[in-house]
Design a protein around this ligand. Structure first.
Ligand code: SF4
Ligand code: SF4
Length: 141
């Protein structure tokens, strides 16, 4: 992700919700998508997750709402100046996104109970969680 391509705007003090997005330097909320998944429990569940986070830009996390896979990918409508190119027609998810406390204030990771940005971090977790972890855990039959 090339955040440097977005213009840098100096931000000082605490902005109001009404002008916050206009001051936001990186529009981070437009640079990823997430998909909730069933809570992984078995070794095979984690094998699937390991496969997913092996791909560039794919991570996983758990927060108070459950488990999610996260795809680090910039929205095709995000313009170089940091504004939405389809603002009037933007999806409902974008319209309902609350900027009261968002990535402008703190990284989303701060609210994660578990965070696996890549394969090594998830593999380390699997080895800790399952005493007899080994690659090639059989698929449920
Ligand atoms: S919701 Fe937050 S992260 Fe998204 S553009 Fe507005 S201030 Fe930036
Ligand atoms: S449609 Fe607009 S508001 Fe929604 S993620 Fe894309 S750039 Fe952001």
């Amino acid at each position: 992700m090339d955040f440097e391509s977005f213009p840098k705007i100096e931000t000082t003090g605490k902005p109001e919700s009404s002008n916050k997005c206009g001051l936001c330097t990186h529009s981070t909320c437009c640079t990823y998508v997430t998909q909730q998944i069933d809570t992984p429990r078995s070794k095979y569940d984690f094998e699937i997750l390991l496969w997913q986070v092996s791909h560039r830009g794919v991570g996983a996390y758990k927060d108070e709402d459950g488990w999610f896979v996260m795809f680090d990918t910039v929205c095709g409508h995000l313009e170089a100046d940091g504004y939405c190119g389809i603002y009037e027609d933007r999806p409902t998810i974008c319209r309902s996104h609350d900027n009261d406390f968002c990535e402008y204030d703190a990284p989303a990771e701060d609210g994660f109970e578990l965070y696996f940005p890549d394969y090594p971090t998830l593999l380390a977790y699997c080895k800790k969680r399952f005493k007899k972890w080994s690659t090639g855990n059989p698929a449920p039959g």
